[in-house]
Design a protein around this ligand. Structure first.
Ligand code: FES
Length: 116
């Protein structure tokens, strides 16, 4: 079965707040992704660090660092730019998160798993 799209209410996604996690069955039975809002826009990534393939969040849904400027991996502190997923600091140098296309319209955020 091909992956479809996931939808979330825009109100569920707070600026620099908790990320919304979701399953990505196409990548494996335990694979997850996450959705965050940064500077008003939604961004989604596969929840897998570019250093070692583990989930990033230190507690479910906690993806931002203390200053809320970067996405951080709880394991060894790799930091990623929220807008691009590019590694900016830590053991992920030269790599990045895998982005998932997202759109937002009329109060609905759509994660396009079909375009992953
Ligand atoms: S596993 Fe993410 S920084 Fe090492």
């Amino acid at each position: 079965m091909s992956a479809a799209v996931l939808t979330f209410s825009s109100g569920e996604l707070q600026e620099k707040g908790d990320g919304l996690r979701f399953a990505i069955p196409a990548l494996g039975p335990h694979a997850t992704g996450f959705l965050v809002r940064f500077q008003g826009k939604p961004y989604a990534y596969v929840n897998r660090c570019a250093h070692v393939p583990v989930e990033l969040d230190w507690e479910h849904g906690k993806f931002f660092n203390m200053t809320q400027e970067w996405l951080i991996c709880a394991t060894h502190g790799a930091m990623y730019a929220p807008q691009t997923g590019r590694c900016v600091m830590g053991p992920c140098q030269g790599k990045g998160l895998s982005p998932i296309p997202v759109s937002e319209q009329a109060g609905v955020v759509t994660v396009h798993l079909d375009q992953l």
